[in-house]
Design a protein around this ligand. Structure first.
Ligand code: ARG
Length: 460
């Protein structure tokens, strides 16, 4: 026999290296609060069904509350020899309250315990993240509303395509985040299912009431199948998938912020507090925050592949492999929280350089499609109109002139269908205002879309 809680059938102590190798307490101790909550609910349920007496239950609840205080004040004697957070807490409880502490684990296994702890922990983290997502979306919507009239070039292939409004571009970002938000809420439903009661894998012989425990812990329902309950980590993978998509979106936005702050674009300014300088080049102001967010997407994708691979060959039910679920999940949470905070703080502080954006949109023949559409309204077939405008652009390139800077006579060389009123469609303002339908870039549409987004956010 050894001094481990499971040492009864062992003839020699664990190898010193194996003890460290198999321990998880260094990283799973952050589950302590949820582990204690789970234990309190379990003890409460055990009393209700008559497995524990009222006195035993109260002794356990008080003991657990004291243990939690010890942990929070930094007094708790964490021990690697006790392997993980669960056995550390249980051993300390028993040290404090004696034999009653040993009754807490009745009808329970670390297998259903750890699965429950992670779900409780993740559920709280999801709720914190949701508040940040709402803050970010709301920042995007308000900035979009302020910039509804600001004209910038819209790009395809990163080449100037057609003028759009900056507000419209920002609402495109908001749509991405709104989908991520929806995915997070959906993921929460599957996180919020309770494994407790599955015990090691087959359930337990005690007359437990899983509905009581589920209700005490705020779970939607007990997990349906005990084998699945202890071995399912889909919920964690699903969360990391959500996180990967979110970071993919934040990374795309970061890339745009980096481009836009460059001297070559010069579309926006990011306040100094979100940037850093160079130790050698005194003139530098680098967009470190968006760059770092772009970079951090990689580690979260890594965790997604890591978790999928962790799970892919595991036979039912619990395997020690599952201990490897925590670090990728925790690191994903930390990373996403940091990136979201950075973005939610930074987005409302973006300063648009409206004149530069306008000038850039003017330089790239961005109203060429408007001229083609004008010709079509005058009875020219679209393909012919395309050709006519192409020739006008070639002429403009030669003379260094935008379409709107050409004289009527110059334009009429290419088509006599062109009249004086053409200049209304060749201006950037005319071009964006003409795209006046739901989902379009016209300033009025952007304002209406911002209002719809605000309303949708208020009712989520
Ligand atoms: N530390 C373990 C984990 O994180 C807890 C469950 C251990 N269960 C067991 N049968 N060894 O997965």
């Amino acid at each position: 026999q050894t001094n481990q809680s499971w040492g009864g059938r062992f003839n020699e102590p664990t190898d010193a290296f194996v003890e460290k190798f198999t321990a998880s307490v260094d990283f799973d101790r952050r589950l302590y609060h949820h582990d204690i909550r789970g234990s309190m609910a379990h003890a409460t349920m055990l009393e209700r069904v008559g497995v524990l007496t009222v006195e035993e239950r109260d002794t356990i609840l008080e003991g657990l509350a004291e243990v939690e205080k010890e942990i929070e004040s930094g007094q708790f004697p964490w021990s690697v020899a006790l392997e993980d957070v669960h056995m550390n807490i249980e051993a300390r409880l028993t040290e404090k309250i004696g034999i009653t502490g040993k009754k807490l684990h009745t009808g329970r296994s670390r297998n259903d315990q750890v699965a429950t702890d992670i779900r409780l922990y993740l559920r709280d983290e999801i709720d914190t993240l949701e508040a940040e997502l709402i803050r970010l979306r709301s920042g995007m919507i308000e900035l979009a509303d302020r910039e509804a009239d600001t004209i910038m070039p819209g790009f395809t292939h990163l080449q100037t395509a057609q003028p759009v409004t900056f507000g419209h571009h920002l609402l495109a970002w908001q749509e991405m985040i709104a989908r991520d938000h929806e995915r997070l809420r959906d993921c929460r439903k599957r996180v919020n299912v309770m494994p407790l009661g599955a015990a090691a894998l087959a359930g337990t012989t005690y007359p437990i009431d899983r509905h009581v425990t589920a209700e005490l812990l705020g779970f939607e329902r007990p997990a349906e199948n005990s084998l699945d309950a202890v071995s399912d980590r889909d919920f964690a993978i699903e969360f990391v998938s959500f996180a990967s998509l979110l970071l993919m979106h934040l990374s795309r936005m970061s890339e745009e912020l980096v481009l836009w702050t460059s001297a070559q674009f010069d579309f926006i300014d990011l306040p100094d507090r979100f940037c850093t300088g160079s130790s050698i080049m005194p003139q530098k102001k680098n967009p470190d925050v968006p760059e770092l967010v772009r970079g951090k997407s990689g580690r979260v994708y890594g965790h997604l592949v890591g978790l999928l691979t962790l799970m892919k060959s595991q036979p039912l039910a619990y395997n020690k492999d599952n201990q490897e679920d925590k670090e990728p999940l925790f690191d994903t949470l930390d990373t996403v929280k940091g990136c979201l905070k950075a973005f939610a703080d930074m987005v409302p502080a973006i300063e648009a350089k409206a004149d530069n954006m306008h000038e850039a949109a003017r330089r790239g023949f961005s109203t060429a499609t408007d001229l083609a559409d004008y010709l079509v309204r005058r009875g020219v077939a679209f393909r012919d109109a395309h050709e006519i405008v192409g020739q006008s652009v070639a002429h403009g390139l030669e003379r260094h002139k935008d379409l709107s800077e050409m004289s009527l006579a110059e334009l009429r060389q290419f088509s006599t269908a062109i009249d004086e009123d053409v200049f209304e469609v060749l201006t950037l303002e005319g071009s964006v205002a003409a795209r006046n339908h739901i989902g379009g870039t016209a300033p009025d549409q952007v304002r209406a879309a911002a209002q719809r987004a605000r309303d949708a956010l208020a009712t989520t």
